[in-house]
Ligand binder design. Sequence first.
Ligand SMILES: [Mn+2]
Length: 260
Amino acid sequence: MKITSPTQFQSDTGPFDLIGDIHGCGSEAEALLEALGYQLLYTGPEGARSYDVTHPEGRKPVFLGDLVDRGPRSPDVLRLVMSMVRAGRAYAVMGNHDDKFRRWLDGQAVKITHGIEESIAQFAQEDAAFRLEVRDFLYQLPSHLILDEGLLVVAHAGLAEKFHGHFSGQERAFALFGDVAKHRDQHGLPIRLNWAADYSGKPTVVHGHVAEHTVREENDVYCLDTGCCFGGHLTAMRWPERDIVQTPALAAYFHSPRWA
Ligand SMILES: [Mn+2]
């Protein structure tokens, strides 16, 4: 289903479990969902697994993007998330890595850096039909969603209030990459500006993208990316309860100069 407006599911009051950047960490994603009370039925070994995931109380995960790259099981993570979103049992927004991987699947030229090489190697085992299915799924992911009667805004890198509720080029760039400076740091990485310091909007904003060792909250803006792929944790926040539930990474799968 094509999502034509960020407000399309605004009347869905959840409850939700907001989940930060998975980055191919399939085992940690399975463990986190089980810790959150989901019932995971699956067939197939790791790397070729299909899922049927439900929650006895009807809770829904909201995946905050960056499903792929860096970790060892991006195809499994995609099968899990795609099955839940298609069944109407979960939401997902697009991350910058998902967008880049979609372009690679589409045959477009992308830089083979920042962990896409892991996804490409894993997809060598996958058939053309699955690649097409993933490409089409990633294409239709929204850049942001408004949920719970407007109390909750989710976007991969967060979203300044002026962009809430409308899809546009500027909105999409912010939702995928955040507020970034024009110049880059000594590692050639974008310098991120702290837009949350100026946030005073009514909705709570929950995002991923900026990996830190602990959950960060400022002005009702939460970042749930706790660097699972770097050896940190995979993090969920229950909504509306705002409880944090985490599962530790089984390994450090990828190195970042920003993660020490
Ligand atoms: Mn990420």
